[in-house]
Design a protein around this ligand. Structure first.
Ligand code: HEM
Ligand SMILES: *[C@@H]1O[C@H](CO)[C@@H](O)[C@H](O)[C@H]1NC(C)=O
Ligand SMILES: *[C@@H]1O[C@H](CO)[C@@H](O)[C@H](O)[C@H]1NC(C)=O
Ligand SMILES: *[C@@H]1O[C@H](CO)[C@@H](O)[C@H](O)[C@H]1NC(C)=O
Ligand SMILES: *[C@@H]1O[C@H](CO)[C@@H](O)[C@H](O)[C@H]1NC(C)=O
Length: 496
């Protein structure tokens, strides 16, 4: 099955002499030959000759030169059924854990099962960070998306000190909670609005206040605006010409960098004020040789966190709002749980970390929502050494995408995968790799605990005291760059 494309190519050449050489026959023949050549170009160009006894390459189709299968990918992700991309591969090649393709200008293997994804994520030595060029440029040379090995581990250690574990997270609760209450109150006054941009403001403020004690106000709003533009180009084709998303994104990146640089300069000039935020830690940290982080390193780190720390949380919260609104019995059960927690406290007392850990039903509602929605549908790796996975060769120099979305919607693991059933989490305990909202291994999300905490605090107050109805209950969903209702979840919102 793997070598069929090469045989078609040869078949054409064999047919050629047997045709009567009239001009009329020659033209279509030439056209067909050129098309077949182009159609199989990627395969000839990228597929290594395998040694005898070596496992075959994964089945699949590498599409056209340069663009590969990107048009199929876009067709699927711009339709109402993004899973038709992998679904069609399954139909065509049978059900396998790996498929080969060509996406974002790179020969690529897609890992689509819990088992194969686990093997990729847990092997950081072979599978390096592999974001497309556009992402790497927008996020910066010294960002998490690019760093490897010791540099990556060091930055991870530094930043995770501020993001992991009860001891640090509990300190953020009062600030996040006050922020939520205030926002919800003012939203109710507005009555009708798009929830997605409002949530962007909320999550952006949470992350920028934790990282650089920076929040609210018109300056922050301008920064957020530039950020949105910048983020838009992350997955765009790397075409740096005015008018293209990628160009706009790079322009916006310059503004963001300038804003962050001036925050940094202010800090360096004025050392009298103590901030106890992540930026302070980054400014004070030295490596084994006593060398401080450079401005570029600090700024690229801030950029990654501001991007990673607000986008996914925004859409995750929006989708929980959508799902609980659509399932009144789930909303009722959430409300009962949150009422129990509220009643155990005196009025005005802040939530505690223990309260958060006690929101077990809400936690399963969040997990179930995120399993279906997949705000981070896949992650990118580069193959630094030829290896074998599940009986297929994965060649060095190719890219591999961990298709987390497929693992979360696998009906062998989750019966009726598209049904929203929070109760499945009462009995189901996922095995490693079956549930990877936040990825896995040495490059997994370091904001996972914070994300769940801020979602839970927000939902606690929203569910207890407010109600919302979508103005367009049948608004279609768009899947790029993140899954969201096309109307930005326009709602009528009021106090109960
Ligand atoms: C619901 C919210 C979130 C989701 C679904 C999510 C998902 C993910 C996933 C799947 C990855 C792994 C990508 C890969 O394997 O290459 C990741 C990485 C990352 N996330 Fe998140 N994330 C969320 C929130 C956050 C927050 C709040 C922060 C920051 C505070 C954050 C910071 C990061 C960083 C820095 C990485 C890169 C880690 C590395 O390369 O070592 N994320 N996230
Ligand atoms: C999947 O296959 C169906 C039927 O052959 C086709 O209509 C659809 O466009 C394909 N989708 C993608 C994304 O290739
Ligand atoms: C340092 O910051 C503090 C607080 O923002 C301010 O009052 C003080 O004037 C600043 N000092 C300098 C030298 O800018
Ligand atoms: C958690 O909830 C249970 C039952 O709702 C309650 O008995 C317990 O005291 C709570 N724990 C904390 C730390 O609030
Ligand atoms: C939302 O509010 C508007 C204006 O108050 C009203 O006309 C509309 O019927 C409401 N829609 C829903 C779904 O409640």
């Amino acid at each position: 099955m793997d070598f069929a494309p090469r045989r078609w190519g040869l078949a054409v050449l064999e047919v050629v002499p047997s045709v009567r050489w009239t001009g009329a026959a020659l033209v279509p023949l030439l056209v067909v030959t050129v098309i077949l050549l182009l159609r199989n170009w990627n395969w000839w160009y990228y597929a290594p000759m395998l040694r005898k006894g070596q496992a075959p390459l994964p089945p699949g189709d590498m599409g056209w030169p340069v663009i590969g299968q990107i048009l199929d990918f876009l067709r699927a992700f711009k339709s109402s059924d993004p899973d038709s991309f992998i679904g069609n591969m399954t139909k065509r090649w049978g059900r396998h854990s790996l498929y080969r393709t060509h996406l974002f200008g790179q020969p690529t293997v897609l890992a689509t099962t819990a088992e194969s994804i686990k093997q990729v994520c847990m092997n950081g030595e072979v599978f390096k960070s592999g974001w497309p060029k556009s992402t790497r440029t927008v996020l910066g040379r010294k960002s998490f998306a690019v760093l490897e090995g010791d540099e990556h581990r060091r930055l991870r250690r530094l930043t995770s000190q501020a993001l992991q574990g009860q001891e640090v997270l509990k300190n953020y609760i009062p600030k996040i909670e006050d922020n939520c209450k205030e926002r919800l109150k003012s939203w109710a006054k507005e009555g009708q609005f798009q929830a997605v941009p409002k949530l962007q403001e909320f999550t952006f403020e949470v992350i920028s206040s934790i990282f650089m004690s920076y929040g609210g106000g018109p300056v922050a709003q301008q920064l957020l605006h530039d950020f949105e533009l910048m983020v838009y180009g992350l997955r765009a084709m790397a075409i740096n010409i005015p008018g293209f998303a990628y160009h706009k994104s790079l322009q916006a990146r310059k503004k963001v960098i300038n804003a962050l640089q001036s925050i940094l300069d202010e800090r360096r000039m004025n050392k009298t004020v103590k901030y106890s935020d992540v930026l302070e830690t980054l400014l004070e940290t030295r490596d084994e040789n006593g060398v401080y982080l450079t401005d570029e390193e600090i700024i690229d780190t801030l950029v990654v966190f501001l991007v990673a720390g607000h986008q996914s949380s925004t859409f995750s919260i929006a989708w929980v709002m959508i799902f609980v609104q659509r399932h009144p019995e789930v909303l009722r059960a959430c409300r009962e749980e949150q009422l129990r927690i509220q009643k155990s406290k005196s009025p005005g007392e802040h939530l505690t970390y223990a309260d958060f850990r006690n929101m077990t039903y809400l936690s399963s509602v969040i997990d179930e929502t995120m399993r279906i929605v997949n705000v981070s549908p896949f992650a990118f790796r580069r193959v630094s050494k030829t290896v074998e996975i599940d009986g297929f060769t994965v060649p060095k120099g190719w890219f591999i995408e961990t298709w987390l979305r497929a693992a979360h919607l696998d009906e062998r693991v989750y019966p009726e995968p598209y049904e929203f059933k929070p109760e499945r989490w009462q009995t189901f305990k996922p095995r490693t790799g079956q549930f990877m909202l936040f990825g896995l291994g040495s490059r997994s999300c370091i904001g996972n605990e914070l994300a769940k905490l801020e979602m839970s605090i927000f939902l606690h107050h929203a569910i207890l005291s407010y109600r919302w109805e979508p103005v367009n209950p049948h608004s279609p969903t768009k899947y790029l760059p993140h899954p969201q209702p096309v109307d930005g979840y326009l709602v009528n919102f009021s106090r109960i």
